[in-house]
Structures are given as C-alpha cells and as structure tokens.
Design a binder for this molecule. Structure first.
Ligand code: C5P
Length: 312
C-alpha cells in the first residue's frame, strides 16, 4: 500500500433531458436520462489513516455529512470489502458542487473516492469493475465516473456514451437549501396520480430520449438544443415536482429567461436551475444579472462537456 495521498477531480452534471417512467415495484423509476458533465468540480483526496474518516471543506461544507453515511465513505467501504481490506483512509472532499442541488455532487464524490482508493490501495480495478461498483452506490454514480455526455437507461446507471459536437455554456442558479431526490420522485408520482393518469409502470409511457435533442448535442447546434430543451414546456419530467415542492424556483426560471437565457430548466431533481447561454461572455453576464435579481443564492457559469473522474 502506498503512503501518498491521491486526489481525484470529479464533475457536476446537468440532465439535458430527464424522461421519467412509472414507479417500479422496487421504488425506482425507469429513465431516459441525457447526462451532460459540466465544469464545476469537487476534489476528493484520500490518504492512509487509522480508521475511516471524512472531512469536508468549501462554502457549504457544514451541509455535507462528515461520517460513514457520506456516499464517498460508502464507496471506500464497498471497494475495501470486495478486496478484503480495511477501509482505513481519511477522505477529504473539497466541495464546490452545490449540496443536494440536483447536480450529482454526492455521486461525484463517491466516484472520486472509488477511483482514489483504487489507486491508493493498488487494487487495479478494471473500468467495468469500477462501473459496477458505482452502480451499486447510486443511479448517477456511473456517469460521474465517465463524464462527457451519456444516455442513462434503467434507473440511470446503464450508460451509452453520446457524441457532443461542440461546447455549450451554462449558468447554474443555486438555491438556499437542497431538495431530497426521493421526495421529488414521490411528488412526481403524486402529481401524476392526482391527474388521474396513474403513476406506476403500466400507466406511464416508457421514457424515450428525444431524437431532436440527441441530434442537437451531436451537432453542437445551440439553437436546436435550446428548442429541444424547451419543447413541450421542458425536457425535465421532474421539473413540475421540484416547482411544486419549491414554488420560488419559478421566479428563478423566469428571471433567467428575462435576462436572456436561450433555455432554462431545473437541473435533475433540483433545486439548482440551469440556463443555456450563447457563449462564455453571455454566461458571465447572465450569472451576474441573475445574482442581482436575488431569486437565487448565487449564480455561476460553467462549460460543458467536462471530463469524468480524473486522477490529479
Ligand atoms: O440511486 P439513488 O440512490 O441516487 O436514488 C435515490 C432515490 O431517488 C431512490 O431511492 C429513489 O427514491 C429515487 N430514484 C428513483 N428512480 C431513479 C433514481 C432515483 O425513483 N431512476
């Protein structure tokens, strides 16, 4: 075992499309999930210690569990148990991805911890083994490992890489306080049941990716991507549920549209709102304008696609 520290950089994600099927008997939902990694990063560092410990730094560090419930700690435990090792590492998370924000920050930290522990312990996992461990840890964790862009099927863990023909520039408006992913899925089911459609697998059409959206991504066509995101109101089936639980997000979305965003949507289960912009200067201007509206805690620009988990 090496004594040196190992650091891994992991990206946040936005779901350019999140088509949600009916509730499955196991409590999950089948998805057509178009993941795009964006250039907001956490850095996960592991070093040998006498027991498993988690420390967190960054503006929102106090909102991150610094104990065994942290998904990064569970990642270290999972790899250690599969290889008959003691999970004795200190995991430090330098946090820049919004916490419970719908940007897969916890999943990113788990992917980062897995890659870092694999390097520290010399366990030499193949890409396939790492992806299988990621899928055990959570639906979004495999994508945090691979980054770029991918279509996620099943509960989001079965990935097909997607071509992206150019850079897209985003602004992310961070809210005060997070939203619980299970609570947002439950609210989606409740709203569907309330409409009389039913919320189970038999009542909801199977989720399918939008061909127009996939073409727009592949061609790097900004205008086409913006219109595919806004087709039918939004490409995110969880958006209505996130707005129902946090009505103030509607003000954030409207403020971004008024300030010139080409497309706006709630990121995943929220509450972070994502805005597509023309280019990097437009993203910078929109982030400043949105922050000034006080409809969000803060807003930041980030480019896409971004690489997946990367050893530093
Ligand atoms: O896989 P993960 O642990 O991130 O999922 C958290 C929760 O989100 C699940 O327990 C479930 O309530 C909900 N979920 C879902 N369908 C998915 C992914 C997540 O209902 N495809």
């Amino acid at each position: 075992m090496s004594g040196a520290a190992v650091s891994v950089r992991v990206p946040a994600k936005v779901n350019v499309q999140l088509a949600v099927g009916g509730a499955r008997p196991d409590g999950f939902h089948d998805l057509a999930n178009v993941f795009l990694a964006v250039g907001l990063y956490d850095v996960v560092t592991v070093r040998p210690a006498d027991a498993l410990r988690v420390t967190v730094s960054g503006a929102d560090a106090d909102q991150v569990p610094a104990d065994g419930t942290n998904l990064a700690a569970r990642a270290a435990e999972l790899l250690a148990s599969r290889r008959g090792l003691a999970p004795n590492v200190e995991i430090h998370i330098a946090k820049d991805i919004p916490v419970a924000g719908g940007m897969a920050g916890g999943s990113a930290d788990a992917a980062g911890a897995l890659v870092a522990c694999d390097a520290l312990w010399g366990t030499g996992c193949s890409r396939e083994e790492l992806l299988a461990l990621c899928a055990e840890l959570g639906s979004d964790v495999p994508f945090s490992l691979v980054g770029g862009a991918a279509l996620g099927r099943g509960r989001g863990e079965r990935l097909t890489p997607l071509e992206v023909g150019g850079a897209f520039h985003w602004v992310f408006a961070m809210a005060d306080g997070g939203l619980s992913t299970p609570a947002v899925y439950r609210e989606c089911d409740r709203l569907r049941a309330e409409c009389g459609r039913g919320a189970d697998v038999g009542s909801v059409p199977a989720p399918e990716p939008s061909p127009a959206l996939l073409d727009a991504l592949a061609e790097g066509d900004l205008a086409a991507l913006a219109s595919a995101i806004m087709a039918g109101g939004t490409s995110n089936d969880l958006q209505a549920a996130a707005l129902s639980l946090r009505p103030s997000l509607a003000d954030t979305l409207v403020a971004g549209e008024k300030a010139g965003a080409m497309a706006s949507l709630v990121s995943g289960s929220g509450p972070t709102c994502a805005f597509l912009t023309r280019d990097e200067p437009a993203a910078k201007a929109l982030a400043e304008a949105l922050t000034a509206t006080r409809t969000c805690r803060t807003a930041r620009g980030a480019p896409s696609p971004a690489p997946g988990a990367t050893l530093l």
